[in-house]
Design a protein around this ligand. Structure first.
Ligand SMILES: CN(C)C(=N)NCCC[C@H](N)C(=O)O
Length: 281
């Protein structure tokens, strides 16, 4: 581990509060993205160990980590980022595209309600922070595979933020957070990283204009879900297999912590997928 440790966090920055779901029932039993191969055996015990390591790293970094109970029969529930989008204490719920995940929306909504968040039920299909990512005061919203554009307008209304749509074109990068990473939640010209080829030309133009100093990821780093990382603005928790990406981040002054979630990658998700940020007012 290099860089910043939780005990050093100064009084001026708030540690992220995140929601995680233990992969007790994790397995790959259906195929709704190209990463999933139900014919191959999943090692649930290994997934649990890798997830526990992620949990420990977040705690060591000083994050407030909250847990939702996993539900039997919902193996993808470990990917908590898909459970909703929470900004200013408002939880905009998820509505999943595939029937296999439909039960997760109400499970996460119940958790938000019980935890005291203001729950706003989605009418449009959206897969939470998998496709809706806050950078500064703007939500960047993926579409093309899962979240429908109607959800962008709904999110803008519910969350009271500008929403900028980005069209995804490569089925391996079916959620925005597989191809676009928020490095500094405060925003700024170099506050994100992305894989240009995962977006259509118009969206690439938007990204170049809005983030002229972005980290441009390599195909190799994106292919190990390197962009599916989580950052508090100073330390980036990332897939250790994304070696060039980690070096680029270190060169820009970020602390970097590699956490291997390779077993969870079999379901098509990585570190960010397992992490839903809970933003209070
Ligand atoms: C970025 N996030 C949250 C994700 N990419 N999530 C992973 C979802 C994986 C699941 N099997 C699915 O295909 O929906």
């Amino acid at each position: 581990m290099s860089g910043y440790q939780g005990q050093d966090r100064d009084r001026h920055s708030r540690a992220p509060q995140v929601l995680l779901c233990r992969p007790t029932y994790f397995t790959v039993s259906y195929r709704i993205n190209p990463w999933m191969r139900p014919e191959q055996r999943t090692d649930t015990a290994l997934a649990l160990r890798q997830w526990e390591n992620l949990y420990d790293v977040y705690r060591d970094l000083g994050f407030r980590v909250r847990l939702i109970d996993p539900v039997s029969g919902l193996p993808d529930m470990v990917y908590a980022a898909n459970g909703g989008t929470v900004v200013d204490g408002i939880a905009y719920t998820a509505r999943f595209r595939h029937a296999e995940r439909a039960g997760e929306g109400p499970a996460y909504a119940d958790w938000f309600r019980t935890a005291g968040f203001t729950v706003r039920e989605a009418q449009a299909v959206n897969e939470g922070e998998g496709d809706l990512l806050l950078v500064g005061d703007t939500v960047y919203a993926g579409y093309g595979f899962r979240t429908e554009p109607a959800a962008h307008a709904e999110a803008a209304r519910v969350l009271g933020r500008e929403v900028v749509g980005l069209r995804l074109v490569d089925p391996r990068y079916y959620h925005l957070d597989t191809a676009f990473a928020v490095l500094d939640p405060a925003g700024g010209p170099g506050s994100v990283a992305y894989l240009p080829a995962a977006f259509d030309d118009a969206s690439q133009e938007v990204l170049r204009f809005r983030f002229p100093d972005a980290v441009i990821a390599s195909e190799a780093d994106a292919a190990v879900l390197g962009l599916n990382c989580f950052s508090d603005g100073r330390t980036v928790v990332h897939a250790p297999q994304a070696e060039k990406f980690a070096a680029d981040l270190a060169e820009r002054g970020f602390g970097t912590v590699g956490v291997d979630t390779s077993e969870l990658r079999r379901g098509g998700g990585g570190i960010k997928c397992c992490t839903l940020e809970l933003r209070e007012p």
